[in-house]
Ligand binder design. Structure first.
Ligand code: CDP
Ligand code: MG
Length: 755
């Protein structure tokens, strides 16, 4: 079954990482254990045994299944020891003391709000308590939703271990494009987005007896929608138990929303945390963070690990590199500093590393994103370094663009972050901002995601669920009506809704695909252009992550040339480059060596292949025939245009681009192959905009302007194209206003809300 396949996959990943020498050491160590332990003294036996236990633990962390002969009979003994250790740990968690009380409350009430500090055992223990108490004996499952994929996977792995079962058997997880569950799964961790998708096929959630909406305080967009939906389901399914769990104290809001549902508080064990502020604002918080970490490392007593909050993968990698360089410079003058990054796209094999304790004498520093704020609990942290920023999605309904911006965090976040240092003993938090900015400048709470996101995807899902009246949907915090309107307009322009705001056949098919509506539309449109094979490949590559290529510093030029070759083959364009990469990799027999030779990340490719397999199955479900356009790349470009026509831009005389309808000035991202095309094309289409110092187009292809009229005649008119470049004197604001005035689709939007 599926979980067996996973096990062997995990094993491969482990042995790939392991060098030949390491393998030999491992083998000889185990053989030593096997031959000699009969003759060993008790003390020595204990050492060998502990060594083996450590080994089995690390193998488990890496997802490797050890054969019994590999551990030579020690396996059973080791398992018993590990289980005992684990069960002791479970009993030491704050929630354990309240187990009976909690179960009683759940038995008496249909809906309960559970509040407890991060690390009190809500996520890992409560589903187990419910399982042990018989809530799954009626054949129904327990669902526990997480806003983050990483959390869903790592928590499921942990709980499988605690229950002594294989991941994917009784305990499993489901995230987009990855289902690690089986027939016998009773405890299912999943992203909130996945449960939302399950609503499409099972609107009464009949396969679940308990739904735990976990990490509700995060207020992710999917969680917010779920809250509205499960509230409704609970009304007509009195047998369904609903738990809303949150790490922060504003539980009253959840209680109010769920008609005064009782709040169950798990008292935390939090030690005091000393908070230090900077005297003046920091000019460069990355530098300041590095300096603070190093200073803590040399001045503060060990043990005591450090947790640094950064905004994203790139920043984490920068800090990691600077720290490595600086500590190497200091050599043996200081104790070892073990650096552990953690962010959403970190490969699973490396995620486990953050939970491992540092070796004796060394200190661990965890460089994490918001993920480390409440979703994951890392033991041993005594010091928190908080620059006070995070990356948040922000959306402008006026222009229809969504961007990730680095912004100051809220007070609530700052307090959560500080609290991470006081779990195992008194902690210290070093805030790289001033006390004044905490008191006077920071917002109290983070704005819920639903109020700062593109809602097209959500509206499409709700429409597919038959919820037409969006205005009276029971939102905890309703999104701005401007945003809802914009989403309806976008979906209308994509042909997913008709002029009465009802879902069309195209829309129904799009809703089945777990992708952004524009990408979903491109796939649906690929049927018409006879290129569904190519389109799902491109969609898989786009969904597998941004890290397709890598660029070692000492081979930068060769790497760039290799990359440009993919781009140039087949008439140019980043989308076609992704298609070329995948096709060649497939022809190489999915070879890892091929990836090395062409500076391609094999991990991304493997993920793309997994995603593609799922999309193939989904094509069948929405009845789109698998067809290849056999080298006709214009067909592929037209399918992409059918989804992304709004992202068309025209080159200006000064070399920058201007989006066709919203008249924004945008630039080709330096990572795009298009950045090295001379002369650059007059018309382009991009996949997405990223905003840093400028607005950059990422994944760019050339476009024929007549396609816009052919493919999106309801959106573009002749006069939108080839508008002369505005004269300098004309105020920009006026242009934009004029552009937006013409952008409105010609239908009565009021109709949408009635439908
Ligand atoms: O959900 P909550 O924050 O209340 O706690 P939890 O996630 O259930 O974590 C309880 C304990 O399990 C933590 O203190 C961790 O020590 C441990 N844990 C772990 O070792 N590995 C994980 N992936 C998750 C939790
Ligand atoms: Mg939790």
């Amino acid at each position: 079954d599926g979980s067996e396949a996973r096990g062997s996959k995990g094993k491969k990943a482990f042995s790939e990482q392991e060098s030949w020498e390491e393998q030999q050491i491992r083998k000889s160590r185990l053989q030593f254990g096997a031959q000699d332990r009969r003759d060993l003294s008790v003390d020595k036996y204990q050492l060998v045994f502990e060594d083996a236990v450590e080994f089995v633990k690390s193998a488990e962390m890496a997802g490797t299944d050890l054969d019994d002969d590999e551990t030579d009979g020690l396996a059973d003994e080791i398992k018993v020891t590990l289980q005992r250790e684990l069960q002791d740990q479970r009993k030491a968690l704050p929630v354990y003391k309240f187990k009976d009380e909690l179960l009683k409350a759940i038995a008496e009430h249909q809906i309960i709000i559970v509040v407890g500090e991060t690390g009190s055992g809500k996520t890992t223990q409560i589903p187990q308590y419910l399982h042990e108490a018989g809530y799954t004996s009626n054949g129904r499952r327990i669902a526990c939703t997480q806003p983050r994929r990483v959390a869903a996977m790592s928590v499921a792995a942990r709980v499988a271990k605690e229950m002594g079962v294989k991941l994917g058997h009784e305990v499993g997880y489901a995230i987009r494009f990855e289902d690690c569950t089986s027939e016998r799964t009773v405890v299912k961790y999943m992203t909130d987005g996945m449960l939302l998708r399950e609503f499409l096929g099972e609107p009464d959630l009949a396969s679940y007896g308990v739904v735990i909406v976990d990490e509700a305080h995060e207020r992710s967009i999917s969680t917010d929608i779920l809250l509205g939906l499960v509230k409704d389901v609970a009304r007509f399914r009195p047998d369904l138990k609903l738990l809303i769990s949150s790490a922060t104290l504003n539980a009253e809001r959840f209680s109010d929303f769920f008609d005064m549902a009782p709040v169950f508080k798990i008292p935390g064990r939090r030690y005091t945390v000393d908070i230090h502020y900077t005297v003046a604002p920091e000019a460069d918080y990355v530098d300041a963070a590095v300096a603070t970490v190093l200073q803590l490392h040399v001045t503060q007593p060990s043990p005591g690990d450090i947790l640094v909050f950064l905004t994203g993968q790139e920043e984490i990698e920068t800090v990691e590199e600077i720290l490595r360089r600086r500590t190497r410079g200091l050599g043996t003058k200081i104790a070892e500093l073990v650096i552990c990054p953690i962010y959403a796209n970190l490969p699973t094999e490396l995620q486990a590393k953050i939970f491992e304790p540092a070796p004796p004498g060394a200190r661990k520093v965890v460089l994490g994103t918001n993920i480390a704020e409440t979703s994951l609990t890392i033991g041993g942290i005594s010091y928190v370094v908080d620059p006070g920023f995070c990356k948040v999605k922000s959306y402008s309904p006026r222009t229809g663009t969504e961007s990730l911006l680095v912004q100051p965090i809220s007070k609530a976040s700052a307090d959560q972050r500080a609290g991470r240092s006081g779990r195992t003993g008194p902690g210290k938090c070093f805030r790289l901002f001033t006390e004044h900015s905490y008191a006077k400048e920071m917002e109290d709470e983070t704005v819920p995601e639903i109020q700062r996101s593109n809602l097209a995807s959500v509206v499409l899902s709700l429409k597919a669920l038959g919820i037409n009246d969006l205005v009276s949907f029971d939102f905890m915090d309703p999104p701005a009506s401007e945003g809802l309107l914009r989403a309806l307009e976008d979906l209308f322009a994509l042909g997913a809704l008709n002029s009465r705001g009802e879902l069309t056949k195209t829309g129904r098919r799009m809703a089945e695909l777990p992708l952004d509506p524009m990408l979903a539309k491109a796939i649906v449109a690929s049927e018409k252009y006879g290129c569904s094979e190519e389109m799902i490949t491109i969609a898989s590559m786009l969904s597998a992550g941004n890290a397709v290529f890598y660029r070692p510093k000492d081979k930068a030029l060769i790497a760039d040339a290799a990359r440009q070759r993919f781009f140039n083959a087949g008439g140019g364009g980043d989308h076609v480059a992704l298609l070329n990469v995948y096709t060649e990799w497939e022809q190489s027999g999915h070879s890892a060596q091929w990836c090395v030779d062409h500076f391609v990340q094999s991990r991304t490719m493997r993920r793309a292949r997994d995603v593609r397999e799922q999309l193939v199955a989904l094509l069948e479900r929405v009845e789109i025939e698998r067809r290849s356009s056999a080298g006709d790349l214009d067909a592929v470009r037209k399918a992409i245009t059918a989804g992304f026509f709004r992202n068309a831009a025209q080159r200006r005389r000064d070399g920058a681009y201007r989006t066709v309808k919203s008249w924004r000035t945008v630039f080709v991202h330096p990572s795009s192959g298009m950045a090295r095309v001379d002369p650059p094309p007059r018309w382009v289409l991009y996949h997405e905009l990223v905003e840093t110092t400028r607005e950059y187009m990422r994944q760019v292809m050339e476009l024929k302007p007549e396609w816009l009229l052919e493919i999106a005649p309801h959106y573009y008119k002749e006069n939108n194209l080839d508008t002369p470049e505005p004269k300098k004197a004309k105020a920009h604001g006026q242009d934009a206003a004029a552009a937006i005035a013409t952008e409105k689709p010609s239908l009565s939007l009021k109709d949408f809300f009635k439908a």
